[in-house]
Ligand binder design. Structure first.
Ligand code: 6R9
Length: 697
């Protein structure tokens, strides 16, 4: 196991030991307000955070980590039984899996034989324990001054009402419900209501287009859709209901009928009167939910019963419905939340993610509630009305843990330090980052300016498929290095592999795989188990393949180098190049398209699209706009290409394969590093592309 060598090889640790031995009596005196970040931090500078952390040093971590790898069954069963309610206890033998395609079908089971309900664990348990009056959600609307709060008891009642309504329209255990909503409290409430009755939720991010919504509704066969009439984000109003209607219509044209649409009237953005409803299908939340009983029977779920589907982009084909099950997801999301955020029950926590992505599932709806958090639910955007909205909200609610994406950090950083310094931020204890690699410059700003050097940064690497943090610092437990996610969480065994399938030891760079099952690993791709096996398990037999590359340094720290497949990460959103290409090619005048990522100062990566038009069609700006529109319509605005690069020809091998490597170099202005282009069918196209690039504005 890697972990043990980290400790031995860790020079910082050796230094600390030496320092401590030299001046044992003045230990606290040597703890200065060190805000200088060199290439690593000193875990001792985080006095307050350390006090609340569950793991205080590398040795404590190492002991638990070893056990989690050597005896995963025992390690996780102990946590499961101690921290959660199980209607039927987890038997001693509860875990079984196969990650090796050579040995037979891939499968995973955790806590098998145990019965529980995640919504019960999120809500009823705390209310029964006497915390019904604790605030659960602190709602902060898009506009300053629009806010509200709901206690645990109130959320539980609302969840029961929605659960009863779902049952009243015939939703049963195992049925799918699509949720297409903005970030209002009713979104996590709808998810919890599904979980309570054993329905499977499929949340579709509110930024997806009607086409994208339709394909997700159809794929999981959701006969019920929960949506909102409209939402304001910054100065923009978005007519969500109109998009939801269009989505239902597209599904209908393809033979799938949505029977019920529950519409939460977000009166701040649009009145009920202005909302177009379809008689017999659509009902307002406010008209039907308040009449429901505020108690609803819990559906006790087998640990391996499905909790949700969440669609995510891969390098090929249409988005995959990543399937997660009840027990493993519950135990892993809650445990990572507790350790990674140094969380203590009752703390005020804020994650800026949307429930339409995995971060909103694991670290907004479930992980925090399982730990009895009081959390901010924010409807707006970090820069509205001013770039100090986040810091203002942090002071307003005395937020202790703040979790956001590097793209937001970079954009706020650009607005200057004064916006941050206007606010005190003294409540902060831990700062989290997720979604994409964080560049050291943004890391330092987050650490020094936002956190005043007092708060550890937890740079959490994980994925929709892993459902919880995989490689991440634990606050104040070991030095952080800006840009590195550092060490694996309990139960996670990272393996670096080269393209010839050799496992790499020590300092190395390779493809990042995971060597054994952890409680919340993806169970299957909904409806396509074969795709699941070929995507994640066939590339490196015996291992789960993440799709990311990583480097391990001399201290055993992991540095994620980004996707090694054709997935682009734009503002922390995963976008498959194939999806964007197919949206471009759907334009009647587009003959061919090839999409690559390029470095973008705020978004991390931008989308660069090479487009070949049909013979005889003029390349003009109007067409550029139409092409961008085609992507917005088929996927959503967040996937719109930043650059359309006219390409009379694309660089291809003689067998017709597009050489993306060459396209990436051209998009990053590194044509001096094109490498070997001798296999190109027509080497002349490169020159043409460079000329076309020169003509672009
Ligand atoms: C949680 C989430 C997963 C992909 C993943 C990787 C990138 C996420 C990261 C990170 C570097 C981090 N990613 N966190 N890269 N450092 N801390 O974002 O899930 O939307 O499925 O994206 O995001 O490339 O493979 P998801």
């Amino acid at each position: 196991v890697q972990g043990r060598r980290h400790a031995a090889a860790n020079p910082l640790r050796a230094q600390r030991v030496a320092r401590r031995a030299a001046a044992p009596a003045s230990r606290t005196a040597t703890v200065t307000k060190a805000v200088k970040v060199a290439d690593h931090t000193d875990a001792r500078q985080y006095i307050d955070t350390r006090h609340h952390a569950h793991i205080h040093n590398h040795r404590e971590y190492e002991e638990m980590y070893q056990r989690s790898i050597e005896d995963p069954d025992g390690f996780w069963r102990e946590i499961a039984m101690k921290e959660f309610h199980w209607e039927t206890p987890v038997p001693e033998k509860h875990h079984n899996y196969n990650f090796d395609v050579r040995k037979g079908p891939i499968f995973t089971e955790w806590f098998k034989g145990g019965k529980t309900n995640i919504a019960y664990n999120c809500l009823d348990r705390h209310v029964k324990d006497g915390y019904g009056d604790q605030d659960c959600f602190l709602f902060e609307g898009n506009d300053v001054g629009r806010d509200g709060r709901m206690t645990y008891a109130e959320v539980l009642k609302e969840v029961c009402r929605v659960a009863n309504w779902l049952r009243s329209v015939g939703v049963k255990k195992g049925d799918s419900v699509a949720i297409y909503m903005p970030m209002v409290c009713e979104l996590p409430i709808a998810m919890l209501a599904c979980a309570r009755i054993g329905a499977v939720h499929s949340v579709v991010f509110g930024g997806f287009s009607s086409d994208a919504l339709a394909s997700r509704i159809e794929d999981c066969k959701a006969r019920v859709v929960i949506t909102c009439n409209a939402v304001k984000r910054g100065t923009k109003a978005i007519d969500l209901k109109k998009i939801a209607d269009a989505g239902c219509n597209i599904a209908k044209d393809q033979g799938f009928n949505v029977e019920h649409v529950l519409v939460y009237a977000n009166d701040d953005a649009q009145s009920k009167a202005d909302t177009k409803m379809t008689a017999g299908r659509d009902l307002f939340w406010q008209d039907v939910i308040p009449q429901q009983k505020d108690e609803a029977e819990v559906e006790w779920m087998d640990s391996e019963d499905t909790l949700f589907y969440l669609y995510t982009s891969g390098s090929t084909g249409k988005p995959k419905g990543v399937l997660h099950t009840t027990g493993g997801f519950m135990v892993y999301s809650a445990t990572t939340f507790k350790y990674v955020f140094a969380f203590q029950p009752g703390d005020v926590y804020w994650c800026t993610a949307d429930c339409g992505w995995i971060t909103g599932h694991s670290y907004l709806t479930y992980g925090p509630l399982l730990n009895r958090a009081t959390q901010v639910v924010f409807e707006g955007v970090p820069t509205y009305p001013n770039p100090d909205r986040c810091w203002e909200v942090i002071d307003k609610y005395q937020v202790k843990q703040f979790y956001t994406a590097p793209t937001a950090i970079r954009s706020l950083m650009r607005s200057g330090d004064d916006w941050v310094k206007k606010h005190s931020r003294t409540s902060l204890r831990v700062l989290g980052s997720v979604g994409e690699p964080i560049n050291p410059e943004a890391w330092k700003w987050y650490h020094e300016v936002v956190g005043d050097g007092r708060c550890p940064i937890v740079d959490t690497w994980w994925q929709t498929e892993t459902a919880g943090h995989m490689i991440t610092p634990l606050p104040a437990a070991w030095p952080e290095k800006p840009g590195s996610a550092s060490l694996p969480f309990f139960g996670v065994k990272p393996v670096l592999v080269d393209d010839k399938n050799n496992v790499l030891e020590g300092e190395a760079e390779g493809m990042l795989c995971i060597g054994q099952s952890w409680p919340s690993n993806i169970r299957t791709v909904y409806g396509d188990h074969e795709r699941y096996e070929t995507t994640y398990f066939a590339p490196f037999p015996g291992y789960y393949f993440s799709g990311d590359g990583a480097r391990r340094d001399k201290d055993g720290y992991y540095w994620i180098t980004g996707r090694v497949d054709d997935v682009i990460n734009v503002s922390g959103h995963r976008i498959g190049t194939a999806e964007v290409e197919s949206a471009l090619v759907a334009h009647p005048q587009c003959a061919e398209a090839a999409v690559v990522g390029y470095e973008h100062p705020v978004k991390g990566q931008g989308i660069w699209a090479y487009v070949t038009l049909l013979e005889g069609v003029e390349y003009d700006d109007k067409l550029k706009k139409e092409l961008v529109m085609s992507v917005r319509e088929q996927i959503g605005a967040f996937a719109a290409p930043d650059v359309i690069h006219w390409a009379p020809g694309l660089p291809k091998t003689r067998s017709g394969k597009i050489m993306r490597r060459v396209l990436r170099k051209i998009a990053s202005f590194e044509e001096d590093q094109l490498g070997d282009t001798s296999t190109l069918a027509d080497p002349g196209v490169v020159q043409t592309l460079l000329e076309m690039r020169g003509n672009m504005d």
